[in-house]
Design a protein around this ligand. Sequence first.
Ligand SMILES: NC(=O)c1ccc[n+]([C@@H]2O[C@H](COP(=O)([O-])OP(=O)(O)OC[C@H]3O[C@@H](n4cnc5c(N)ncnc54)[C@H](O)[C@@H]3O)[C@@H](O)[C@H]2O)c1
Length: 266
Amino acid sequence: MQTNPLGTIRFTDKTALITGGASGIGRATANRLASEGAHVIIADNNAEMAQQAVAEIQETGGKALYIGIDLADDESVRAAVHAVTEKFSTLHILVNNAAILRTGKIENGAWLPNWDLETATGLRGWVLTTQLLLPLLKNEGGAIVNLSSEGGFLGRPGQWVYDAIKAALVSVTKTMAYEFIEYGIRVNAVAPGWIVTEMHFGGTADPVARKKELEELSISSCIMKRLAAPEEIAAAITFLLSDDASYITGQTIHVDGGRWGMSVGH
Ligand SMILES: NC(=O)c1ccc[n+]([C@@H]2O[C@H](COP(=O)([O-])OP(=O)(O)OC[C@H]3O[C@@H](n4cnc5c(N)ncnc54)[C@H](O)[C@@H]3O)[C@@H](O)[C@H]2O)c1
């Protein structure tokens, strides 16, 4: 799928930080922002993949750099934000995106070992990152997008921690929208359906085969009966980050192929 099928240029001279920009939806968003003129900062805990993502953008003439961050570690978040402030005085765009998915049924307590890491990464770390970057975002105003999930609206068996975090992010997005509007910062969330990313094929025995399988899978849980490519989510994220969305804040946009139910296991 093309990075920028419409050929729009909406982010010239804008600086954008994407957590989890090394992979999946974050990477597609970084690519799209860079293709539209933004200087992107890929903040991730996977240095190798992040550096590949930066190189990919630079090879096509875009501006990108990598900053290491572990969202589950407050000190790492502080160090990463410090590194950003040493390079940039202003930030226009923040995409809170990096998260992990762990499973475990409530009944047998299998979720217990995952609770701390999953919430520290996907909820606490996001709010801390936002808090610490706020002085840079306040300079000229801008936009934030938080990645929620359809899971936050479903509450799926075996995924209560992940889904509860994603529901919380809908609420946090509203809070941020109220608190930051005086600085000219809009805050929205995107709730994707089921997307073909490393989250779903990365850890499997044969990632290439699993990716292909997911791309071709017919699902009953949405009107469009297929999974999405990460670029289709990046398109919605960048719309919300752009001036085309100038009267949209505090909202969660569902990008889910018309989801109405659950597929088995998802
Ligand atoms: N893929 C889907 O079906 C789907 C559906 C709904 C919502 N989402 C959400 O979209 C976002 C992106 O998901 P994805 O599918 O692209 O995931 P992904 O696994 O492909 O990418 C996640 C990125 O986050 C990074 N990361 C993980 N832990 C980190 C940490 N502690 N600190 C810093 N970086 C860390 C990873 O290195 C990776 O680059 C997530 O918030 C996810 O919950 C995904």
